[in-house]
Design a protein around this ligand. Structure first.
Ligand SMILES: NC(=O)c1ccc[n+]([C@@H]2O[C@H](COP(=O)([O-])OP(=O)(O)OC[C@H]3O[C@@H](n4cnc5c(N)ncnc54)[C@H](OP(=O)(O)O)[C@@H]3O)[C@@H](O)[C@H]2O)c1
Length: 226
């Protein structure tokens, strides 16, 4: 059984993946910036809830110190928390661009750096990316109000590739697009439920090996063009 660290676990894909991993007998460190917003997970003997506000360097540092102090070893670091501000280039503000980069790029970068020492020898680092991050497929998203979001997720993809050059030969870092999912972010029109995606995603995560290091894949492990 593995130990998962899942950010943004209080709703959406993060909550569903937490529930799936717990139901399959894994341990989960589930984080939220407000623990009061956590749903009631089943199997909570395998669950540790910890606060983590990803726009705060202090919160990230404090969180990493807690893991180190508790001697928790992480097998799967799931950088799931993210935001999409729905904007187009001409209307987007500097604050929106900075906030998108802060949550979707800088936070996973800092968190991964700070918790790296508690990752297991065969750990997998998983970035929740997006199809909108693909440089090759950008034209498919023409007209969508995803400008600061796509920019931040594309940068997250490059972070994934850069880190893939530095992890050990037994570890792997991957960028995964969950597809279009019915969450607060994805909206009601999305085809897939978070529960369906989380179940598929868990299967895929458990089958990721060092040979997958530095790949961009969907929740069923199908490669996506960078
Ligand atoms: N849904 C889709 O269709 C879709 C498509 C492609 C990629 N993704 C990616 O999949 C991941 C999960 O998406 P989702 O649909 O589950 O989103 P969601 O329902 O909007 O949930 C986002 C999660 O991120 C957390 N979060 C946001 N800002 C944070 C911060 N500053 N500090 C800590 N936590 C923060 C939220 O916490 P609060 O409740 O406190 O705000 C929430 O738990 C994201 O990275 C997203 O970009 C989703």
């Amino acid at each position: 059984m593995a130990t998962f660290l899942i950010t943004g676990a209080n709703r959406g894909i993060g909550a569903a993946l937490t529930e799936s991993a717990l139901s399959a007998g894994h341990k989960v460190i589930a984080t939220s910036r407000d623990l009061g917003k956590m749903p009631d997970f089943k199997h909570n003997d395998q669950l540790t809830l910890l606060p983590l506000e990803l726009t705060s360097d202090d919160s990230i540092n404090q969180f990493a110190k807690t893991l180190i102090k508790k001697k928790i070893e992480i097998d799967y670091l799931i950088n799931n928390a993210g935001i999409s501000l729905n904007n187009h280039f001409f209307a987007a503000t500097k604050d929106e661009l900075e906030y998108s980069l802060r949550v979707n790029l800088i936070a996973p970068f800092l968190l991964t750096q700070k918790v790296f020492q508690v990752l297991s020898k065969q750990a997998k680092i998983v970035q929740l990316s997006s199809g909108a991050a693909s440089l090759t497929n950008t034209h498919q998203f023409k007209g969508t109000p995803l400008d600061t979001y796509a920019i931040s997720k594309s940068a997250l993809n490059m972070f994934t590739l850069r880190l893939s050059l530095q992890v050990s030969s037994e570890q792997a870092v991957v960028a995964i697009s969950p597809g279009w999912v019915k969450t607060d972010m994805g909206g009601d029109q999305a085809p897939d439920t978070p529960e369906y995606v989380a179940a598929k995603l868990l299967d895929t995560l458990l089958n990721i090996g060092p040979e997958d290091n530095g790949t961009f894949i969907d929740f069923a492990k199908k490669p996506i063009d960078w």
